[in-house]
Design a protein around this ligand. Structure first.
Ligand code: IFM
Length: 449
């Protein structure tokens, strides 16, 4: 397929709908010891044997620290409207309270180059690279880190102001809180039920503390937060409560404080012994109004009660899976968006801030014919359009990811890029999925002339 096709009445054809590509700092930058940056928890974690496949790390990654200019040219050539990136906290504040002008300059030149090429800039402040000096004081288990995050948000937004078109406080607090501090699969590798809930409470508190600061410093920009959300389905009718609980714990726990000013009662009851200390006023801070919510969607989960009446998730037989082992389930995107719209009366406009697939790509004769990924994007764009037609307001869509990069605990083996990266030469090659994206966007631009 040379081009994703949009139906003649597709809402995605509108010139106001934002199409973009997304990346994050630790996954692409490299240059970990350059420009005054100090270590983040991911540098430390990657050095622990056995934590990351193949002993990989973000030390060099896509060398975007040096190749940023050509990468932005490549993004602009795709014909997208926007680029979603993240800022590495330890580049901006390499020591507690010390601002690094070189770090600010690095991002400033990227933002300027994007604007010069007509791209809007969506910046995430926290995509998991917490400065190690804060982890040494307890990281997200320490309430103080939420206040440190607000200080960091202040430094960035005071410097850039309205120049950043869209600010995101956190990317996927579920992953940062639960994979990092509950299950130990991500940095800093802490395992503990109480710890997971405490860290996630402090993450959301940090989000809430940052919101008024961002608004003050960048009154014309938009401000919000990004969640990963996996809709759950019951294996059979008797498992409906299991599926409901999975959604409550995996994403209502994070979104409800923002949109309802409370934690979901199902989780509070079931995890009573592990609830964090919630101070008076915390939920009020966390529920500061947001201009948008970003949703990262990849797949669904299927839940059931096992013989001990415990909830477990299963992998349905006969379903299609990507190389990373995630089920391809486009209907889940429609269902998820419709469910969110039904659950929250005050749902702000949404963006799909990430969607994509990790496939077993092969570069042959200078081309990557990533048919599974192409089909994945086509079906998910249709699923998104169906949700919009069903009444959900979604203002944009970002493909994850611009290019292959450091896929956290999976290292470089899992490739999510629409652009192939040869890590030995840093050569970038547009995969068929990128070409199809570009052709769709070219056609849309023609139509909207
Ligand atoms: O690569 C990640 C990204 O950093 C956050 N969302 C999910 C992606 C795929 O795992």
């Amino acid at each position: 397929m040379n081009k994703y096709t949009l139906s003649s009445d597709s809402k995605l054809r509108s010139k106001d709908f934002v199409f973009g590509v997304a990346t994050s700092s630790y996954q692409i930058e490299g240059g970990i010891n350059e420009g005054g940056r100090t270590p983040s928890i991911w540098d430390t974690f990657c050095n622990v044997p056995g934590k990351v496949d193949n002993g990989d790390s973000g030390e060099i990654a896509c060398d975007h620290y040096h190749l940023w200019k050509q990468d932005i040219e490549m993004i602009a050539d795709l014909g997208v409207d926007a680029y979603r990136l993240s800022i590495a906290w330890p580049r901006i504040l390499p020591q507690d309270g010390v601002v690094n002008p070189e770090g600010l300059k690095f991002y400033e030149q990227i933002i300027d180059e994007c604007h010069a090429r007509g791209l809007k800039v969506y910046v995430t402040l926290y995509h998991w690279d917490l400065p190690q000096y804060l982890e040494d004081k307890g990281g997200w288990l320490n309430r103080e880190t939420a206040y440190k995050f607000a200080e960091y948000a202040d430094v960035v937004s005071a410097h850039f102001g309205n120049k950043i078109d869209v600010y995101t406080t956190l990317n996927e607090p579920f992953v940062a809180g639960f994979l990092g501090y509950r299950w130990g699969e991500h940095a800093p590798g802490i395992v503990g039920e109480k710890e997971g809930y405490l860290a996630s409470h402090h993450l959301m508190l940090g989000h809430g503390l940052a919101m008024p600061i961002l608004r003050e410093n960048a009154p014309e920009s938009k401000h919000g937060v990004v969640f990963n959300a996996t809709p759950s389905y019951p294996e059979s009718e008797k498992d409906q409560a299991a599926a409901n609980y999975c959604e409550a714990e995996n994403f209502h726990w994070f979104i409800d404080p923002v949109l309802k000013g409370e934690y979901p009662s199902a989780v509070v009851e079931k995890r009573q012994a592990h609830m964090p200390m919630i101070l008076e006023g915390d939920l009020e801070i966390m529920s500061a109004p947001v201009d948008y919510i970003g949703i990262n969607y990849y797949s669904r989960s299927v839940a059931r009660f096992n013989q001990h009446n415990e909830i477990e998730t299963i992998k349905p037989e006969g379903a299609e899976y990507t190389y990373i082992g995630w089920e391809v389930y486009p209907q889940g995107l429609t269902d998820l968006l419709v469910r969110l719209n039904e659950r929250y009366d005050n749902l702000p406009p949404l963006y799909i801030t990430e969607n994509g697939a990790a496939c077993n790509d092969e570069l042959r004769d200078g081309a990557v014919n990533d048919t599974q990924r192409v089909a994945y994007f086509q079906s998910h764009l249709e699923a998104l359009d169906n949700a919009i037609k069903a009444g959900v307001r979604v203002d944009g869509y970002f493909a994850w990811s611009l290019m292959d990069n450091f896929e956290w605990a999976f290292g470089y083996k899992q490739r999510f890029g629409i652009v192939h990266v040869d890590y030995s030469t840093q050569q970038r090659t547009l995969k068929q999925s990128a070409i199809a994206y570009r052709n769709m966007l070219l056609e849309r631009a023609e139509e909207n002339k």
